[in-house]
Each structure stands twice: as C-alpha cells, then as structure tokens.
Ligand binder design. Structure first.
Ligand code: COA
Length: 379
C-alpha cells in the first residue's frame, strides 16, 4: 500500500453521518442541531442546550420545566461514589477521579445493561446531573473541605459553582460559566467523541463509552489543553502588580523562545480549524468580562502577548481551551480541575453521539498496513 493511502490520525477521513453538530472550518462556524453556537451561548441556558443536543429541538416551557426538575433531582453526590473518591489519593489527577466516578455510576445504575433508547436517555441525564457533584467534591476534598449539598433553587451553572465554592456567585460569573459549558458541549467527531462511538459500536453500554471518552479527553492534545494553558501562564509567571503591557511583553519573549525550541504550545492550533476556532470569540468575551470583574489586567497581558507572538511567528490561532483556562482560574478553580469541567459539559455531546451510534450502528474497525518482520518461525 502506498504511504499516501494510509490516513494517519484519520486526518481528513469522513467515517459516518451525524446530525448532532456541524463544524465548518471554512466559515469558522459551529452549529448544534442547526443552531449557531454563538446564539445558543447568548440566549440559552446550558440545560436548554443539553436538551437540544439530546432531542434535536429546543425545549418549550413545559418540556424545560420537566427536564430541569429531573436534572435537579439527580444532583446529590452518590454516597458510594463519595466513599470511592475518598479512597483515591489526592496525587491522582482529577480526571482519574472523574473517570472512576463515571465507571462506578455505570456499575451501580439500575439500567446498567439496558441500551434501549429510553434507558440510554435516562442514563445520559443521570450522569450529566451527577458529574458536577463529583468535580466539586473532588476539588473541595483536596482543599480539606467537606461536601456542599446541591441547591434546587439554582440553575445548573449557579449550582455547580455553589457546590464547588460553598458561596453563591454573582450573575456575571454564573453567566460566563454557563457560556463555557455551552461552548464545550459538542464538537462532532473529535478524539473523545470518536472514542465513545467506537466503544458504543461494540454494543457496550453508555457508561463504558463515556468512561473511555473521559480517558481520551485527558490528554493535552485534546481536553487537557485547558489545564496546560494555565501551566504556561504559571511558567511565564503571573504578577498581579504588573501592567497589561509589561505582562504582554514577557509573554511574547516566552513564546518566541518556546517556538525557537520547537515546542508545541498548548491552547493553539486545531485539527479542523486552520483559520481560528469558531468558539474562541465568544469565550474570549466571557474571559474579558471576568478579567474586568476580578480586576486582573495582567492576565489579559499574558493572553495577548502569547497570542500575538504565535500569530506573528506561525499564524496559528488559539483554540477554545486558550480563553477557557484563564477564565476558570479567575473563577477560583484549581488548575487540575479545568478538564473535569470540560467533562461535565461534554457528557451531553458524547451521549448524544452514543445514542446516534446505537440508532444506526456499524462496528468501527479500521485496517492497518503491517510493517513488522516477515513471517519467521520459532527455532
Ligand atoms: N504550537 C506550536 N506549533 C504548532 C501548534 C502549537 N500549538 N499546533 C500546530 N503547530 C505546528 C506543528 O508543529 C506543525 O508544524 P510543522 O509543519 O512545522 O511541523 C504544524 O503546526 C501542523 O501541526 P500538526 O500537529 O501536524 O497539526 P494537527 O492538525 O495534527 O494538530 C493539534 C492539531 C490540536 C494536535 C495541534 O495543533 C496541537 O498539538 N495543539 C496544542 C494542543 C491543544 O491546544 N489541543 C487542544 C485542541 S482543541
């Protein structure tokens, strides 16, 4: 087989249809079930977007009321999951905690071996409702703090922040968090979603597919990039006394050195978008609001300096993880908790794809070209 016939990384390969979302790199657009993601971020709650991804349409008032009631009823941290988390060392990455929790929730689910459309929808909603408590509690236990019980009077985003920090957040912060959840929710056949579809294609259950997807998301070339962006900021050094321009100039120098050493800088570049990520302007606007809210211009300086230097040197644009990382930092999340926030959101997209895969399944099993030793025999 000719080398050019081998599609390494499956780059450019179309493997199936999907009606969940459309990524169009030429027009820098992203549609969830036909709706531009920017409009959804501006006008909808994350609950409405989750409903849309799973049902194909935005909910009417009574559908939304029923749906949010189901989400609110499933928010409490399962005591068995808490016990399991407590046995995990705090040296374990929070993504390992998420992955373990998804697996435990699957093993304990009343419909564990049922992959009917009704069972999968229930499992998807249950897992989506349960994950914020896992992420929130894991951050708290690392800080020596106890569980904060969920509040049924708060929406998904406000409650997530409440369970994490034990304090109600102002509407601007809740809104920025809601925007991040919507932008992270879905992105067609990315590595973790494809992983979920591969597992589903074997007729394994939904929680197995999500657990595998969490593993795929952990890597810094995928979801782990939002955490890695913050490590870059930390390496450059965040100096609260510094002006925007001073911070930008140090960041530019750091980027020039990193590129001279041929380093890959996380938070930049994308397999599909080559002229900029459609989600970045919306997330950057949310970051700008958080920088103003918390009064931290030096972070904008670092952000601008890296972006400009990368653009001048290689014309590579930021991806969603670039503005999301510092936004979560400003809100008070531990750096290692950033990718679990991505998990909490992407459960919606993953499970929408899992249900789509089940509805029109074909085992995913590509071929490979053998390049090992010729046939030989044991002496
Ligand atoms: N920093 C520095 N150089 C980068 C880069 C980055 N973040 N992203 C791409 N490049 C360069 C590569 O070094 C390569 O240069 P070369 O042709 O001189 O070797 C060129 O751009 C093409 O990159 P490649 O890795 O082959 O593109 P890809 O489509 O396979 O990769 C990513 C896409 C996302 C894996 C890649 O851009 C990356 O590693 N980014 C950082 C991780 C990240 O932010 N991931 C989150 C994605 S949402």
């Amino acid at each position: 087989m000719a080398a050019e016939d081998i599609k390494k990384g499956l780059a450019g390969v179309v493997v199936d249809y999907t009606a969940v979302s459309k990524v169009n790199p030429d027009t820098n657009s992203l549609l969830y079930r036909g709706y531009p993601v920017q409009e959804l971020a501006a006008k909808c709650s994350f609950e409405e977007v989750a409903y849309l991804l799973w049902n194909g349409e935005l909910p009417n008032e009574s559908q939304l009321a029923e749906f949010t009631a189901r989400e609110r009823a499933g928010r409490a941290l399962d005591p068995v999951v808490k016990t399991v988390i407590d046995t995990l060392p705090t040296t374990a990455h929070p993504m390992d905690v998420c992955r373990t929790a998804a697996s435990v929730l699957g093993a304990r689910h009343e419909l564990a071996e049922d992959s009917s459309p009704e069972a999968n929808m229930k499992k998807a909603i249950d897992l989506w409702a349960a994950m914020p408590a896992v992420v929130a509690y894991d951050q708290r236990r690392r800080r020596g703090q106890d569980v904060v019980e969920p509040r049924e009077d708060l929406d998904y985003s406000a409650n997530f922040l409440w369970m994490t920090f034990g304090e109600e957040q102002v509407p601007e912060v809740v809104e920025a968090f809601n925007v991040s959840m919507i932008l992270y929710a879905e992105h067609s056949f990315n590595a973790s979603t494809f992983t979920a579809r591969v597992v589903t294609s074997t007729l394994a259950d939904l929680h197995s597919a999500v657990t595998a997807a969490i593993g795929a998301l952990k890597g810094p070339l995928h979801g782990g990039a939002n955490e890695a962006v913050m490590h870059t900021f930390d390496e450059i050094g965040i100096r609260s006394e510094e002006s925007l321009d001073e911070a930008a100039s140090r960041a530019k120098t750091w980027m020039e050195n990193a590129l001279a050493q041929k380093k890959k800088v996380m938070g930049f570049g994308h397999r599909v978008y080559k002229h900029g990520d459609s989600r970045v302007p919306t997330m950057k606007a949310a970051l700008d609001k958080m920088i103003a809210h918390y009064g931290r211009p030096e972070l904008l300086g670092l952000y601008n300096g890296l972006e400009q230097a990368m653009d001048e040197a290689k014309a590579i644009k930021p991806n969603l993880d670039y503005p999301a990382g510092p936004t979560y930092h400003l809100m008070g999340f531990d750096t290692q908790a950033f990718t679990p926030l991505f998990v909490a959101s992407r459960i919606t997209g993953w499970t929408a794809h899992i249900m789509e895969q089940v509805a029109s399944n074909s085992l995913i099993r590509p071929l490979s070209e053998y390049n090992g030793p010729e046939e030989r025999h044991v002496p």
